[in-house]
Design a protein around this ligand. Structure first.
Ligand SMILES: *Cc1c(COP(=O)(O)O)cnc(C)c1O
Length: 388
């Protein structure tokens, strides 16, 4: 058959492929979501409210973390966390450069210095050996990012923290629900360090229909500070003992999140199944290195990110795109190479692994609604390109 006709036939039968298919996911829970949103509208309790409280306690039990403090987004969560541990201008914070910009952004905004750390080339999470080399008297905190859906090596991070008296803030925006198995047994991502943060941005594994985020801690004192900072530094109504911020999750978003939280395990399984399909399909290709799961973590596949070996990434993306397959690079420019942050990098050592990874990673569509014909079409297109 003519290639064009056969492609059209495929597209006729197949649901369009998206990086994240939020619409199909919504249709599946539409009845519950619509009702919950309408109930909130009717209640006029738009800020705060029963769903915000309910979500907090449901997440506490789901994650096994003592305090969950909802806030406006994942970036705010990181900022509030850094404020709560008492960072002062000039303090240094260790963070991977191979990540989304939010961590570096809040560090810089608070007048702190981001110290860029390498990542593990297999797991994409912070290289603790490199972090250790970069500790100085000014180091106040380390922010491991559980990138793409699996935990950083938290036993090593916690050891570093105890040895050097530095605080740990886990960025769990991409890994909510992932489990870490270490010296303290099995723990949820975000509940191991002093503070954990997450984002409910729509495309995240637990996403709402707008912006949202949360902060986690097992420490009662920190929980109190975090709550106060997120609420204008208020200790009692109109009494502001600290400088705070205004960072709230609204009741409509919380209502949506409660419905989706009930399905989060199921959603993770669907992502894991799609990942297993890809991993198996590409297992014999030397040019594709599929993601490895660290022995200390489960993987909830926020992204399915491959490393390409001797492959023209742009050409591959073009070929996928011609076959109606979206793909993306998370992230094409590491933090230390971003114009807005280049001053911080002056005098810091080169990040060879980070630069190399940025040039060779590619992420394929992965979400909770992937269908077998879509996965087969993606795998076939990619394999044909590589074998050509
Ligand atoms: C999405 C994300 C954030 C920021 O979350 P927002 O809710 O968009 O502010 C922070 N860190 C990482 C790793 C993320 O993926």
């Amino acid at each position: 058959m003519d290639k064009k006709i056969s492609l059209q036939l495929i597209f006729y039968w197949m649901k369009p492929i998206q990086l994240v298919d939020l619409h199909t996911q919504y249709l599946d829970i539409k009845q519950d979501v619509d009702k919950a949103i309408l109930d909130v509208l009717d209640s006029t309790s738009y800020i705060g409210g029963e769903h915000v409280k309910g979500l907090g306690s449901e997440l506490e039990s789901y994650l096994g973390i003592k305090h969950v403090i909802p806030c406006a987004n994942g970036t705010d969560a990181l900022q509030i966390a850094l404020m709560a541990i008492g960072c002062k201008p000039g303090d240094e914070v260790l963070t991977p450069s191979f990540t989304y910009i939010a961590t570096c952004e809040v560090i810089a905004l608070l007048g702190l210095k981001p110290v860029f750390v390498e990542v593990d080339p297999d797991f994409f999470t912070i290289d603790v050996t490199d972090a250790k080399k970069k500790i100085t008297k000014k180091t106040k905190a380390i922010v491991p990012v559980h990138l793409y859906g699996q935990c950083a090596n938290m036993d090593e991070v916690m050891k570093l923290s105890h040895e050097h008296g530095i605080k740990v803030i886990e960025d769990t925006a991409q890994a909510i629900g992932a489990k870490h198995t270490g010296q303290e047994g099995v723990q949820s991502a975000g509940g191991i360090g002093d503070i954990g943060t997450t984002s409910f941005f729509p495309s995240k594994n637990l996403g709402c229909y707008g912006d949202g985020g949360a902060i986690f801690t097992n420490n009662d004192e920190l929980a109190l500070s975090l709550r106060r900072i997120a609420n204008h530094g208020q200790t009692k109504r109109y009494y502001h003992d600290y400088i705070g911020v205004n960072s709230r999750l609204d009741n409509i978003q919380a209502a949506v999140l409660r419905i989706k939280l009930r399905r989060l395990n199921e959603y993770a399984t669907m992502r894991q199944e799609a990942a297993a399909f890809y991993t198996n399909a590409f297992s014999s290709l030397d040019q594709i290195v599929t993601p490895k799961t660290a022995p200390w973590s489960t993987h909830v596949y926020h992204q399915f990110t491959m490393k390409l070996i001797d492959v023209d990434r742009q050409k591959l993306q073009d070929c996928l795109s011609d076959a109606e397959i979206p793909s993306n690079i998370y992230y094409p420019v590491p933090a230390h190479r971003q114009k807005g942050y280049s001053d911080f990098f002056i005098g810091q050592p080169e990040l060879i692994i980070t630069d190399d990874l940025s040039s060779r990673v590619l992420s394929l569509p992965i979400h909770t609604e992937m269908e077998l014909d879509q996965l087969e079409h993606i795998a076939k297109t990619l394999i044909e390109f590589i074998e050509k």
